[in-house]
Write a protein that binds this ligand. Structure first.
Ligand code: ZN
Length: 70
């Protein structure tokens, strides 16, 4: 049996500023860092790449339901 545990909890350091984690704001060290991470996450969530569905690359053929046989 291996007794080596992977550092799942990152040994209690804030991912934002690398300070010791506060139990109240895990995995962050303070509410501020939690806020920073949250705003980052929200930015990413709201960053919708709408420059891809504009080229008409997925042009469907008209009358594709003809079901013709070979
Ligand atoms: Zn922090």
């Amino acid at each position: 049996m291996a007794s080596t545990k992977p550092p799942l909890m990152a040994s209690g350091t804030c991912p934002i500023c690398s300070r010791p984690t506060d139990a109240d704001y895990r995995p962050f060290c303070s509410r501020r860092c939690a806020d920073v991470d949250l705003s980052r996450w929200l930015r990413g969530a709201y960053a919708i790449p709408d420059a891809e569905s504009e080229d008409g690359d997925t042009a469907e053929p008209d009358g594709g339901e003809t079901g013709r046989e070979d």
